[in-house]
Design a binder for this molecule. Structure first.
Ligand code: SAM
Length: 462
């Protein structure tokens, strides 16, 4: 029952929502159950909430519990009903508890109401019930990249015939169902399939030979390494967990024994996830490609990393570009505009501080900043603040020009925002060209922002 008691509070509408559902759960240091498990349970309960509420009403379970003098909140009941009727395991977590006993004494009644509900919707299984998530929150494309640390892209199809049987298509619009595969024009070795394609069942996925990663999330490590004349052998990932960008950056390292990505993660639970992902991606043989440190990146001493020339900085953000948010927001309707603005300002301050630290590494000549947020406060405005900082500009940092930042990607930063730096519209366009944006769904995946900072390193400083 502890799982349900821990999950209960995340189902309650909050007046002051401190971040997304996901961040609230993952940042809760008091949880004893896995945050991943709790998130999945709460998320799925929200997804089926309207059906669960109907079952609570129709089965009259609340009245039954009252008669037995057993107190259980609506949220707790919703979680129990979810696990009994809406989860694949179809049972409540083991362990004895008076609430569980009282609840299960209504099992037959609940099951009968559930059968009626399915008949009403003319469906045989839970998955067929129409939900908000399937309408609004599913990614239009499932993206995965070949993990070139483990597998030669040329050998990919021969090793994994599952992918060979998929029909190649030349545009995203053609991915209307399973059975087709699209090779991306922007990121090498990246492919798109229909979200219902069962790629997680493949050996390639289980062996870490392919990694599921949204296209836009591949931008930072690609931008850092896209210039063949500018090779980075020592790279830092400042905010690494769960490790998508770390493993992608490691895949770009030139072969050689001393190439390395130093990955920093300050959260103790997330650092474990990072370790697992990196071990899966590198295997035992190449594990030295990534060196993980459980630390706050801002406490690192730049002089200790005098050979680092490139950094990716993907700090915590509002996550407003990620799906599932609409669902959570509708559940948290009481969140007010003021709180939002305050929260964004706080995040922007923290993003600025991490970036400023990244831009102080003595030999760094390229730093890619990114967020999965659509808000200018966390994106262009942070870039403008960084460019306006005297110390940063003294060190020679500028925004890269479009020709080295995914030049063929159409959607760039918002040029209007850069009037804060220049009145010349051409200059604003130029600055916006050093940034890329991706709109959620419309651009085939999550909402995203990346900006690339470059400088010529003075030998003295390095
Ligand atoms: N780059 C990751 C990826 O692609 O898989 C996602 C990073 S997530 C947006 C941000 C991460 O940065 C979180 O795991 C958070 O705990 C971590 N973080 C936040 N502040 C940090 C800091 N000062 N030092 C190190 N890690 C930090």
């Amino acid at each position: 029952m502890k799982l349900y008691f821990e999950a209960e509070k995340f189902l309650k509408p909050t007046k002051k929502a401190n971040g997304s559902l996901q961040s609230r759960i993952f940042n809760d240091k008091k949880l004893t159950n896995s945050p991943k498990h709790i998130f999945a349970l709460v998320y799925s309960t929200i997804k089926y909430k309207e059906y669960i509420d109907a079952l609570i009403r129709k089965s009259k379970i609340k009245q039954e519990l009252q008669i037995k003098k057993v107190k259980a909140s609506d949220e707790l009941l919703a979680l129990l009903i979810h696990d009994l009727l809406f989860s694949s395991k179809g049972r409540i977590q083991s362990g004895k508890h008076p609430i569980k006993d009282a609840f299960l004494s209504n099992k037959t009644r609940l099951q009968a109401e559930f059968t009626k509900l399915k008949l009403r919707y003319k469906v045989k299984s839970v998955q067929e019930l129409p939900t908000k998530e399937t309408d609004d929150d599913e990614t239009p494309i499932r993206w995965f990249r070949i993990n070139t640390i483990k597998i030669d892209p040329e050998r990919f199809y021969t090793k994994h015939p599952f992918f060979k049987q998929l029909q190649p298509v030349s545009s995203l619009e053609e991915i209307t169902g399973t059975g087709v595969i699209y090779s991306d024009d922007y990121i090498p070795n990246l492919f798109g399939v229909h979200p219902k394609e069962k790629i997680t069942n493949t050996d390639a996925y289980k062996l870490g030979e392919i990694i599921i990663q949204d296209r836009a999330s591949c931008f930072p490590s690609h931008i850092l390494n896209s210039d063949p004349k500018d090779i980075h052998t020592k790279v830092i990932d400042a905010c690494a967990a769960p490790g998508n960008k770390t493993t992608h950056a490691a895949a770009h390292l030139p072969s050689g024994t001393d190439s390395v990505v130093y990955a920093f993660e300050r959260d103790p639970k997330r650092v474990q996830i990072l370790k697992t992902m990196c071990e899966k991606a590198t295997g035992k043989n190449k594990k030295k490609l990534i060196q993980i440190t459980h630390a706050d990146f801002t406490t690192t001493k730049p002089d200790d990393f005098a050979e680092v020339t490139g950094l990716v900085v993907d700090p915590s953000c509002s996550g407003s570009g990620i799906f599932g948010r609409a669902l959570e927001d509708s559940y948290n309707e009481q969140e007010s505009e003021t709180i939002d603005t305050e929260r964004l300002q706080k995040l922007a301050g923290f993003q600025f501080a991490i970036m400023k630290h990244a831009l102080s590494f003595p030999s760094a000549r390229k730093v890619v900043y990114s967020t999965c947020s659509v808000h200018v406060q966390e994106n262009e405005k942070v870039v403008i603040d960084l460019l306006s900082d005297a110390e940063i500009s003294k060190r020679g940092w500028k925004l890269a020009t479009r020709d080295v930042v995914l030049p063929s990607w159409e959607r760039r930063g918002f040029a209007d925002e850069f009037v804060a730096l220049s009145r010349d519209p051409e200059e604003c366009e130029k600055l916006a060209g050093g940034c890329v944006r991706a709109n959620p769904k419309e651009d085939g995946g999550i909402g995203f922002f990346a900006a690339c900072f470059v400088r010529t390193v003075d030998d003295d400083e390095a």
